[in-house]
Design a protein around this ligand. Structure first.
Ligand code: GDP
Ligand code: GDP
Length: 491
């Protein structure tokens, strides 16, 4: 029997046989210099791109096409080479627009890029109008590129998101084609759309692609990450117990994405990227730097990231977290994943002579995590001994609890009752400094993302955002979840 995996009623093993010509096509659009080529290159990495040269008066325009790889997703990606604008009128010139229109006709999805550093440009509005006119059936994801350059933090990004929303393509995703920031969120947005599309293709029931897919039906994806020898494999075997099921390649994708799954209290949990290292031998374990690279990939595909630390090492060291661990934890939070920290090998600290060390570790780890990730309070920490098989239940409770919070949706009515309360509870030194939030709503889950609607030209400062984030966390028990707040002004 070959590996089998079920998704809905369909057997996804067949997906591996899908011809690349059936893969969904995603076109990159945006005015020149927003970073389309940079994103294209990141998506296809070292793979070959087909370049179509279209001789055109005196210039040669490149039109590139390639197979994109984003986590375990594969799709065709087209770089529209920039919609050429007439400098004077701001309108799109016919010749490039025609070429792009041809490419649009072959695409089911579009990624509309804007440059967050430059702010919204009249040409962006033009591209948006053009896209709506020529590709009304295409599901478009709006991305703010170059967002790594806004180092002033949440405030600027939240304001830029509000501005970008006015393009009419929903809430934007902040990415950096250059550093890779936000790729996990791009993956999270594309994945349900592409999977849905593939199911329709295989069904022969292909209709228009649609932007509404019920993401809550996707099962929990858990990544276990950490440096070599902290006990990840041992923990994994504890979690899988006799329940282990190895399953086949994922949706449409490749043979190397075999994954393991188990049931916990009636829930299916997929273990991301773990099937491979289950069978791995000691010698094959690489250095810590390699574990960072592997974790980056896993983090993208995971909903919840479990970072495993070694208690004995912590007891004997000055700081509880090593560089690699700090990098991994920060990355998980930046990418909007739920994070659970697991301190393993607690059995080594038992016994009278060690009791001080046991306490030291129990105190030091939560403190240090708070210090290295100040923006997310209340990240859960679980102390276990995987070798003794202890801690399976506590680990899974925290993982599921984190996942549920990560998926939480709060109604607008409830949020606005809450908003009135927190605003009256808090006293601003200067009455004029109090932000004029008209209302507050949740636009997205996984992770929970909110929009504050502001009256007139006011803006939320970083202090306001920190205050709102902290209050949301406390009042709705969202500890450990990287929540986001965007702002938008209304007249
Ligand atoms: P295109 O015309 O839309 O294809 O844009 P390019 O990909 O050629 O990028 C235009 C410029 O923006 C280049 O100088 C890139 O190096 C730069 N760029 C692209 N992506 C990013 C990013 O994420 N961050 C920053 N800071 N610069 C970027
Ligand atoms: P990985 O590289 O993170 O997958 O680590 P392994 O699971 O292979 O574990 C590395 C070593 O630590 C092995 O010798 C394990 O037996 C040991 N180990 C794992 N968990 C525990 C634990 O809870 N207590 C003790 N004392 N040793 C453990």
């Amino acid at each position: 029997d070959g590996p089998q995996i079920k998704y809905g009623n369909k057997n996804l093993v067949e997906f591996t046989k899908v011809d690349v010509n059936l893969l969904p096509t995603v076109i990159l659009v945006g005015r020149p210099n927003v970073g389309k080529s940079a994103l294209f290159n990141r998506l296809i990495r070292r793979r070959e791109a087909l370049v179509y040269n279209t001789p055109d008066d005196h210039v040669t325009r490149d039109f590139r096409e390639g197979i994109a790889k984003l986590g375990d997703l594969r799709f065709r990606v087209l770089d529209s080479a920039g919609l050429e604008m007439a400098a004077t009128s701001g309108s799109i010139l016919g010749r490039t627009a025609d070429m792009t229109a041809n490419a649009l006709a072959r695409s089911q999805f579009a990624i509309f890029l804007i440059d967050v550093r430059a702010g919204l440009h009249p040409m962006d509005l033009e591209v948006g109008k053009w896209l709506r006119r020529h590709a009304p059936g295409i599901c478009t994801i709006l991305v703010m590129n170059k967002s790594e350059s806004l180092d002033d933090g949440a405030g600027l990004l939240a304001a830029a998101a509000g501005e970008a929303y006015e393009l009419g393509f929903g809430d934007p995703i902040a990415i950096s084609a250059e550093t890779g920031l936000g790729m996990a969120e791009l993956y999270e947005s594309l994945r349900p759309l592409l999977e849905d599309h593939m199911l329709q293709v295989l069904d022969g029931s292909q209709e228009n692609s649609s932007c509404d897919v019920e993401e809550s039906k996707l099962p929990l994806q858990l990544a276990i990450v950490g440096r070599p020898n902290v006990g990840k494999s041992t923990l994994l075997n504890t979690l899988l117990q006799e329940n282990r099921v190895l399953v086949g390649p994922e949706a449409g994708l490749t043979r190397d994405s075999v994954r393991a799954q188990f049931q916990f209290q009636g829930r299916t949990v997929y273990l991301v990227d773990t099937a491979g290292w289950l069978q791995r031998t000691k010698q094959e374990k690489g250095p810590a730097s390699l574990s960072i690279m592997q974790s980056r990939k896993s983090i993208m595909r995971a909903h919840v990231v479990a970072l495993v630390l070694d208690a004995e090492e912590i007891a004997n060291a000055k700081s509880s977290m090593k560089h690699a661990e700090v990098v991994i934890a920060r990355r998980a939070v930046e990418e909007g994943r739920g994070l659970v920290v697991i301190v393993n090998k607690m059995d080594l600290l038992r016994g009278r002579k060690n009791s001080k060390l046991y306490e030291k570790v129990m105190e030091a780890v939560p403190e240090e995590i708070q210090m290295v990730i100040p923006q997310v309070t209340g990240i859960p920490v679980v102390f276990i001994s995987a070798l003794e098989g202890r801690g399976r239940i506590s680990v899974m409770r925290q993982v599921i609890d984190t996942y549920e919070k990560w998926c939480l949706r709060l109604s607008t009515a409830r949020l606005n009752r809450w908003l009135r309360k927190v605003m009256s509870r808090h006293s601003w030194k200067d009455q004029a400094a109090q932000p004029k939030i008209k209302y507050f709503t949740q636009v997205k889950a996984r992770p929970p993302t909110f929009v504050a609607f502001l009256g007139g030209k006011t803006q939320l400062s970083n202090t306001d955002l920190r205050f709102l984030t902290k209050s949301l966390k406390e009042d709705f028990d969202l500890g450990g979840i990287p929540i986001r707040i965007m702002q938008r002004s209304i007249p």
